[in-house]
Design a protein around this ligand. Sequence first.
Ligand code: ZN
Length: 249
Amino acid sequence: MTETSVTVWNEYVHERESDIVADVYPDGIHETLATALERRGFETRTATLEEPEHGLPPAVLDETDVLTWWGHAAHDEVADEVVERVTSHVLDGMGLVVLHSGHFSKVFRSLMGTTCRLKWREAAERERLWVVEPSHPVAAGIDECIELEEAEMYGERFDVPQPETLVFNSWFEGGEVFRSGCCYRRGNGKVFYFRPGHETYPVYHDEEIQRVIANAVEWAAPVDDMASSTGGNTDPREQIETDDDRTVH
Ligand code: ZN
C-alpha cells in the first residue's frame, strides 16, 4: 500500500497527570493515533515533548512525510528552534495535520499568521461534523456526517485565514458551529486542521475519526517528484539581452 512516513507528535502531559485521561488513552494519544495509522498501512513513529529536541531533530523531520500535532497544556514549552524547524520543513513540502487544541500551538499559529482564537465549552455535548466537500480526498469513505456523542464544543469565530477548502463544518448541541476541517497550503506544504479530539473523550478511538486522520495524512503527503525551485538570480531560457545598466550592484 502506501509508504508514507508519519511522525505522530504529542505533548503527552494530560495522560500522565490525570487518571481520567489515562483511562481513555493509557499509552498516550500518540500511541492510539500511531496504532490507528499503522493499521491503515502507514509507516509511523511517535515523538513527544520531553524527548531531546521534542523528538523532532532534523534527521527525524527529514524522514517525515507528514507530521501530526496534538498539544494543549504545554504549547509554550515547545522550543522556538523546533517550531522554526517544523515550519521550514512544511514550507519545503512536509505535510502537517494539526489536531484539536493544536490550534493554539506555536507551529500552527506561526503558519496561519493569525491568533487562532476560538470559543470553547466542556459539556460532553453532541457534535455533528457535516461533510461539506464530499469529493475531497479527506472525506473519502465518510457518510454525510460524523456523529460524536460527547465532544468539547469549539465555536466560531475561529480566527484563522479563510481555508482553501473547508471539508467539515460542525454543529454542536449547544447551538454553535465551527469550521472543523480546514485545508491550507503553506509554501510547498499542505496543512490540514481537524477539530475533534479532546483528551477526556474517546474521540481518537472512533473509526470514522481515525479514517479522516488517515485520509488527511494521505492528502498532505508531499508529491513524489515535486519540481524543485532554488530561487535566486537566473539565466534566461530564451536568448535575450541581459545587460541593463540601471541594475544596481
Ligand atoms: Zn480540548
